[in-house]
Design a protein around this ligand. Structure first.
Ligand SMILES: [Zn+2]
Length: 181
């Protein structure tokens, strides 16, 4: 008997996922987990909601909730969906769990000890109206490649082209809609 640790890509917390997430990521991992269990192997099949990064903050603000409230609610919704589709996860956790924070800090600490982390300066867009710096995803505008009017500062969802916020035509804040950037 061999031991298998299986994960599927962690679905992002900002809303109910489309069927592509199920078909393209979770179902193949589920199939493989079931196959290994049927062969008599020991399997730990893990998944979790990814609750870090700008989109969680943005989705929570749109729902008029704190990030913690929003993530707790959406995690419950996504867990229930996984159950409904009978995905055989042994554990469906959260990237915001204290266990995950401790593990991540452990690895980051090891990398820092080995001198593999360096500090760099980066330029960011500032919005006086919002009173804050805006991450790439917080900036929307027209895609220079295909003309899609709701392209994000990191990527156009219409033509999938990778972008920088400065590539966008008529850039605006995704929070306030302000063009004073
Ligand atoms: Zn585009």
């Amino acid at each position: 008997m061999t031991r298998h640790l299986i994960t599927s890509a962690l679905p992002y917390i900002n809303g109910v996922k489309h069927l592509g997430t199920l078909v393209g990521s979770q179902l193949p991992a589920d199939l493989y987990a079931r196959f290994q269990r049927a062969r008599g192997n020991e399997v730990l099949f893990l998944c979790a909601t990814d609750e870090h990064g700008a989109p969680a903050e943005l989705a929570a603000a749109k729902a008029d909730q704190s990030v913690a409230e929003y993530c707790a609610e959406m995690h419950a919704v996504q867990s229930k969906l996984a159950e409904g589709f009978r995905l055989s996860f042994d554990h469906y956790g959260r990237s915001s769990s204290p266990q995950n924070h401790a593990l991540t800090q452990h690895f980051a600490g090891k990398l820092a000890e080995a001198g593999l982390i360096e500090e760099k300066l980066d330029k960011q867009v500032y919005s006086p109206t919002d009173g804050r710096f805006l991450p790439d995803r917080y900036i929307e505008g027209t895609c220079p490649n295909c003309g899609y009017e709701r392209a994000r500062g990191d990527q156009c969802e219409n033509c999938t082209k990778q972008l920088d916020p400065t590539d966008l035509i008529n850039p605006r804040s995704a929070i306030s809609g302000s063009t004073d950037l």
